[in-house]
Design a protein around this ligand. Structure first.
Ligand SMILES: [Zn+2]
Length: 333
């Protein structure tokens, strides 16, 4: 892991000021969508707090920074949930409270990083109630950093005692910079395609290049769009059925396609430049908007969301996909 944060200048500056003024916040919530780098920012904050240079950002070369980069710092503790994302109170949360009374091994602080609290559906309240004690009266040496997609999952009593830091999407230029530095083997064309698909979400850009599920979902969403643009019912069906038997993939592809349709609708009503920055297929969205009215684009959008709803309601996937493809093709007829 490298200790560099792309974009998110406000957050980086906030951390810098806290450290140089010796006013490190001891409980922090980092919130923002998946893929925007919440856990990375948590590690960055830990490194900034513990770096022996103490100048507001991790130097990347001192012993402490190197240990954090290698994930071996004894005073930076990543708390783990079970495979379903739930924190087991007696296994992972109570032990933190007990351990927090023990002095750090070699640093000023002991940093507990508790990621994805919002995924701990079964224990989300219990986790916070137990952590509250630690957050209300933290020992001098304790720092607690929690992450979640939304701040709203936190109890008011936690929020009122915590610094909230939001992470946001990065610019196209920053995405390119990130991918070029981290995927030196990747061809320029693939990097461009990943940047287009990820739209400032570095996690998604990475997933795209690593050929994960996101890559396939983007291909399907783009394939649907191309099928519609060429008036090929078969093309739409073929694209959609690449997700047959794969519920998560189908859901993600339908969602991505809904974003393309939303961009197209937005383009129809004249937001052609700045506003068009959501979907994974900007060219496709522009061409759809030239072919359809805004009402037509909105119908595509509604159809895609309807498909997501049916998938969530556990409807038969093959039937849902056939219905989805047919409904979409009707719109362009
Ligand atoms: Zn350092």
């Amino acid at each position: 892991m490298q200790l560099k944060v792309y974009g998110n200048r406000e957050a980086v500056e906030l951390v810098r000021r806290m450290v140089v003024k010796d006013r490190e916040q001891r409980s922090i919530i980092i919130h923002g969508d998946s893929g925007l780098g919440k856990k990375h920012l948590a590690s960055y904050i830990a490194a900034s707090y513990l770096c022996s240079e103490h100048n507001g950002q991790p130097c990347g070369v001192c012993k402490s920074c190197r240990m954090i980069m290698h994930g071996t710092h004894p005073d930076v503790i990543y708390v783990r949930a079970n495979p379903n994302g739930n924190y087991i109170i007696d296994e992972s949360i109570r032990p933190i409270v007990a351990d927090s009374a023990v002095m750090p091994n070699e640093s000023r602080y002991k940093v507990y990083i508790i990621p994805d609290i919002d995924r701990s559906v079964n224990t989300i309240i219990a986790v916070q109630n137990i952590l509250l004690k630690l957050i209300e009266e933290p020992p001098e040496h304790v720092v607690v950093i929690m992450t979640a997609r939304s701040k709203e999952v936190f109890l008011q009593t936690i929020i009122s005692r915590t610094l909230s830091v939001g992470v946001s999407a990065v610019s196209e230029q920053e995405s390119i910079e990130y991918l070029t530095e981290n995927f030196p083997q990747a061809a320029q064309q693939d990097i461009d395609s990943a940047v287009q698909a990820g739209r400032g979400n570095i996690g998604r850009c990475r997933q795209y290049l690593e050929n994960g599920g996101f890559h396939d979902a983007v291909d399907i969403a783009r394939g649907i769009c191309d099928g519609l643009l060429t008036g090929s019912e078969y093309g739409v069906l073929k694209a959609v059925f690449a997700a047959d038997g794969k519920k998560q993939l189908a859901r993600q592809a339908a969602e991505l396609f809904s974003e393309i349709a939303r961009d197209a609708a937005s383009c129809c009503v004249g937001n052609s430049e700045r506003e068009l920055s959501v979907s994974c297929y900007e060219q496709g969205a522009r061409r759809l908007s030239a072919m359809l009215s805004s009402a037509g684009c909105s119908r595509l959008y509604d159809t895609a969301l309807d498909c997501v709803g049916r998938i969530d309601a556990n409807c038969n996937l093959s039937l849902t996909l056939s219905y989805f493809a047919a409904k979409l093709s009707q719109v362009v007829k």
